[in-house]
Design a protein around this ligand. Structure first.
Ligand code: ADP
Length: 247
């Protein structure tokens, strides 16, 4: 039996008189490889911001593992396992890859800025970081400064930072944006191999990547969910073809 891990219930977000999210009922099942697609301005970013707590809904609820998190701060949702990737360049460019990921693990362990003490905890964070880097094929880059890596590798480190938060649900917001095609393939091969304990909700513009990765796809149009189904059904749906291909 499938279990929903992340759900929205009649979620609405208005900016003044404009409805950016229109009674959305999104349901992401445990272990899913679920993608959210929609043309520009469909409301994907707004929906992600409502899920993570960056925005507060005008109406409706968000539940994580059955718990109502609608009024919860971003960090509290993160502690409960809802983790999104974030732009690395602003934060960790002058640290090595290993340090960056260890800092994320230390932060989760509650050590925060005092991550260098106690020493045992620092060792634990470093060990955890090394294990994550190994899983993502990044161990060879452990002692590189993150800003010196190719862009595709940097985007992988964003995923490593998120994994160090031990996510139950990982929100990947355009992980391949700005990444050259050859590197984005590699990126998605790594993402596809993440363990099933981590449920993934992906937002991605590149339909080729979406259709190769996702098992369920939700289509958002003008703030409302048009449909949710398998990639095969979505690809052949007349309304989706109309929205995407102008047919
Ligand atoms: P997408 O990510 O699918 O491109 P967005 O969620 O960014 O779509 O935007 C959906 C709609 O909401 C757009 O028309 C956008 O202009 C509008 N919008 C987004 N954020 C705000 C805001 N803070 N204030 C007013 N309108 C906004």
């Amino acid at each position: 039996m499938s279990t929903p891990v992340l759900q929205t219930h009649e979620l609405v977000c208005r900016f003044g008189g404009f409805v950016a999210t229109d009674h959305v009922n999104l349901c992401v099942q445990a272990g899913a490889r679920h993608a959210l697609i929609g043309p520009n301005g469909a409301g994907k970013t707004t929906l992600i911001n409502l899920l993570t707590g960056y925005l507060t809904p005008t109406e409706g609820r968000v539940t994580l593992l059955g718990e109502d998190v609608s009024a919860m701060a971003q960090w509290a949702r993160c502690r409960r396992g809802l983790v999104r990737t974030f732009q690395i360049n602003q934060l960790f460019g002058d640290m090595t890859v290993l340090e960056s990921v260890a800092l994320s693990a230390a932060e989760r362990q509650g050590l925060g800025g005092r991550w260098w003490k106690p020493l045992a905890a620092r060792g634990e964070a470093l060990d955890e970081a090394a294990a994550i880097l190994q899983r993502l094929g990044l161990l060879a880059d452990a002692y590189e400064l993150t800003r010196n890596l190719a862009y595709g590798r940097q985007r992988l480190i964003e995923i490593a930072l998120a994994l160090a938060q031990r996510p139950k649900v990982l929100l990947l917001d355009e992980p391949a944006a700005g990444v050259p095609t050859s590197e984005s393939r590699e990126l998605f091969e790594v993402i596809a191999q993440l363990p099933r304990e981590v449920t993934i909700l992906l937002i991605e513009h590149d339909m080729d990547l979406v259709f190769r990765f996702a098992e369920r796809i939700s289509v958002l149009v003008s703030g409302a969910l048009l449909l949710e189904d398998t990639p095969e059904v979505i690809a052949n749906h007349p309304r989706v073809r109309e929205v995407y291909l102008g047919e």
